[in-house]
Design a protein around this ligand. Structure first.
Ligand SMILES: [Zn+2]
Ligand SMILES: [Zn+2]
Length: 383
């Protein structure tokens, strides 16, 4: 079938709306009508050169030379229109969230409760379908790569059931799209990886579509002080609406504030989720981290970033921890429905995250608004 999609032809270029050709679903694949897609920074990293380098196109490294053209989008909510042979977990009419990490359900990571690290995820940025490695998406007769095997910047997609999570039908699909990545990544960074406890002091650095949900997670875990750090005033104000108790425009500005709030004990948890992570941020972040405290690194760094400045004496003597995290250490098949349940119960704010919706052909405007700092989160309305 033919459908419309936002395709990127190379670094630094705008997204182009193209008519693409989709093959029918094969083994364990379904045809999805995407209704909403989140404009996440990770897709912008494909376009920009801030994570990989311009010369080698090394985002993601495994796909060098085969990345472009690529259909973007890894946050999505949609409806199953057709199921291929061997599909067990879904039927026609089901509502689904995209999972940019596929979940096999039986590898070591999956069965030990870390399905965000499923072995299948290792190939999520390689071209080809999960089922047999062949291509289902084509543009003008040529094969088309697909972001994270879901490619949600399209009206339709052919997706393996391992990359989809069934959700309740009464949920807005725009909200489902956000929980499929940014919400869960932020919330889980606070709740699961920083292990925030009642009474804690928590610093969240970078209040975008991910950071604002770390603020929500810290609030729900019972933090006493939640300091939201972002240079953009609009985002500082938004953080207060989502549960932050204090704001600062930089790590340097947060240090004396946290010192005052904690009588010098500093924070139990510092969560780093700037739009791009750099090694120089670690020194200040660990100054903010108190005894037995945890510094969680959620933000994506350039692949070549190998150096950072850490006071190793204090790391040991104050017994601090530095922890990396992906997808908030959450399990997509449990946590996506669970967070949507908290939303339905009125405990998690999701509608308020969506600053603006855009039709597919305004995707470049949506990303410009994100870069200009006027959106908490933009959403593509694909219905
Ligand atoms: Zn995302
Ligand atoms: Zn697995």
């Amino acid at each position: 079938m033919k459908t419309h999609a936002a395709v990127l032809f190379g670094r630094g270029q705008d997204w182009q709306i193209e008519e693409i050709e989709l093959d029918p679903p094969r083994d364990q694949e379904v045809l999805v009508k995407w209704e909403a897609a989140g404009l996440c920074h990770s897709d912008e990293h494909l376009r920009g050169s801030d994570v990989g380098s311009q010369e080698t196109q090394e985002v993601p490294q495994q796909a060098v030379g085969s990345l472009f053209p690529i259909l973007g989008g890894h946050e999505g909510g949609g409806v199953v229109l057709e199921v291929g042979p061997g599909v067990r977990s879904l039927e026609v009419g089901d509502h689904v969230a995209a999972s940019f990490f596929p979940i096999c359900g039986h590898c070591k990571m999956c069965i030990t409760g870390h399905s965000n690290l499923c072995d299948m995820g290792a190939s999520t940025f390689l071209p080809g379908q999960i089922s047999d490695g062949t291509m289902r998406y084509h543009l003008k007769g040529e094969d088309l790569n697909v972001m994270a095997k879901v490619g949600t910047f399209a009206e339709h997609g052919v997706v393996h059931e391992a990359s989809l999570v069934k959700v309740d039908k009464d949920l807005p699909l725009s909200v489902v799209a956000l929980v499929s990545c940014g919400v869960t990544t932020g919330w889980g960074s606070a709740v699961y990886r920083a292990e925030v406890k009642p009474g804690d002091t928590v610093v969240v650095v970078g209040i975008g579509g991910v950071g604002i949900n770390a603020v929500q997670g810290a609030r729900m875990a019972g933090a006493k002080n939640i300091i939201a750090v972002d240079p953009v005033e609009f985002k500082q104000k938004a953080a207060l609406d989502f549960g932050a108790t204090h704001t600062a425009s930089s790590i340097d500005e947060a240090i004396p504030l946290v010192r005052d709030l904690t009588r010098g004990e500093m924070a139990n948890a510092v969560i780093l989720m700037p739009s791009i992570m750099h090694g120089y941020l670690m020194e200040g972040a660990l100054t903010l981290t108190g005894k037995d405290g945890t510094c969680v690194v959620t933000g994506m760094a350039p692949q070549s970033q190998t150096e950072c400045s850490i006071n190793l004496f204090e790391l040991a003597m104050w017994q601090k921890q530095v922890r990396g995290v992906v997808f908030g250490a959450a399990n997509p098949r449990f946590d996506i429905p669970n967070l949507l349940g908290l939303y339905k119960a009125g405990q998690l704010k999701l509608d308020e995250l969506i600053t603006r919706s855009y039709p597919l052909d305004q995707i470049n405007q949506g990303y410009q608004d994100m870069l200009d700092g006027v959106n908490i989160r933009g959403v593509l309305a694909l219905g």
